[in-house]
Ligand binder design. Structure first.
Ligand SMILES: NC(=O)c1ccc[n+]([C@@H]2O[C@H](COP(=O)([O-])OP(=O)(O)OC[C@H]3O[C@@H](n4cnc5c(N)ncnc54)[C@H](OP(=O)(O)O)[C@@H]3O)[C@@H](O)[C@H]2O)c1
Length: 288
């Protein structure tokens, strides 16, 4: 897939078009900072905002969308059902609450945020299946345009597909050097699921990949910075990157990725990087 701008899209299994880079909002403080960040993203041309109820800033996202005056059908908005909510009625209520916070009538994409919450560890498969039934009904009702999952491995996808009428269209997972999750990538692709890459810069931890000399070296060959090389790497891998920033300069710079192409050799070098991030805990062992 060759992308030329932020308006270019991947296509999901149900034909819905999803803009090729999403703006991340985790750890963006609620209030003025979140409003300013989302407005800066819209000004920079992002057409896709990645949110979640647990990020605690959906009201601010809603304010930014409203104040920016962007037409609803020109922006793609994602939210996620968090781990404290499972079950048919509970999921429908959570979606309504998110829509109210965002001041929207519908979501473009709704994801189950984690497959195996501690609160439901003894019956996660059954509870995901009940929530998924609500996802499917709300998809049918037009309150969501596409549905998917996040942090799901093959066992979680297998379990969901036993009762699903509609298969997940997206799996949003962590994809950064040292945490490339080849098994999850393979099984998602075999099922026709688009992979979204979260923490493309390794997140905000101390071993930030953006400082890695190997990444900086590759980026400099193309007159780009490490963040731009990382976003471009995601696109060339066929992943949908979700860069996050609260800096207007970074927000804009992270979109300047459409006028160069990493060589096969440089893609390979970035693919082989290790030692910058610890692999994430298995979702069956998380403590949340
Ligand atoms: N589904 C899930 O479970 C899950 C989990 C994690 C994340 N996500 C999603 O993925 C998004 C991205 O992941 P993330 O927030 O973990 O981290 P990330 O996007 O990998 O990295 C964010 C960090 O990079 C910095 N940064 C951004 N652009 C930069 C640039 N051009 N130069 C230097 N530093 C730069 C940011 O600082 P500044 O703000 O100062 O620029 C911030 O410290 C999230 O916001 C969220 O939407 C989903």
């Amino acid at each position: 897939m060759v992308f030329k701008s932020l308006t270019d899209c991947y296509e999901l299994a149900n034909g819905v078009k999803i803009p090729c880079i999403g703006f991340g909002t985790w750890q963006t403080p609620d209030g003025d900072v979140a409003v300013a960040a989302v407005k800066a993203a819209l000004d920079a041309g992002y057409k896709h905002i990645d949110g979640a109820s647990v990020y605690g800033n959906e009201v601010s996202l809603g304010v930014a969308l409203k104040e920016s005056g962007v037409a609803r059908d020109e922006i793609f908005v994602t939210s996620k059902l968090f781990n404290n909510v499972r079950g048919y009625d509970e999921t429908k209520a959570a979606l309504d609450s998110t829509l109210e916070d965002l001041q929207l009538d519908y979501l473009d994409l709704y994801l189950i945020h984690w497959p195996n919450p501690v609160a439901f560890r003894d019956r996660w498969a059954e509870m995901n299946s009940e929530s998924w039934r609500a996802f499917e009904d709300q998809l049918e009702a037009g309150k969501i345009r596409a549905i998917g999952v996040s942090n799901f491995h093959a066992n979680h996808l297998d379990a969901l597909e036993k009762t699903a009428k509609v298969k997940p269209m997206v799996n949003q997972i962590r994809l950064c050097p040292s945490d490339t999750q080849p098994e999850v990538v393979k099984t998602s692709r075999e099922r026709g699921i688009l992979l979204e890459a979260y923490s493309p810069f390794g997140g905000s931890g101390p071993a930030n990949i953006l400082k890695a000399p190997e990444v900086i070296g590759v980026a400099e060959k193309y007159g780009k910075n490490a963040a731009q090389a990382r976003v471009r790497w995601c696109l060339q891998q066929g992943y949908l990157p979700l860069p996050k920033s609260t800096s207007a300069a970074h927000i804009k710079a992270n979109t300047d990725v459409f006028d160069f192409e990493l060589s096969a050799q440089d893609m390979d070098a970035l693919n082989k990087l290790t030692g910058y991030e610890s692999p994430f805990p298995h979702p069956d062992k998380t403590t949340w």
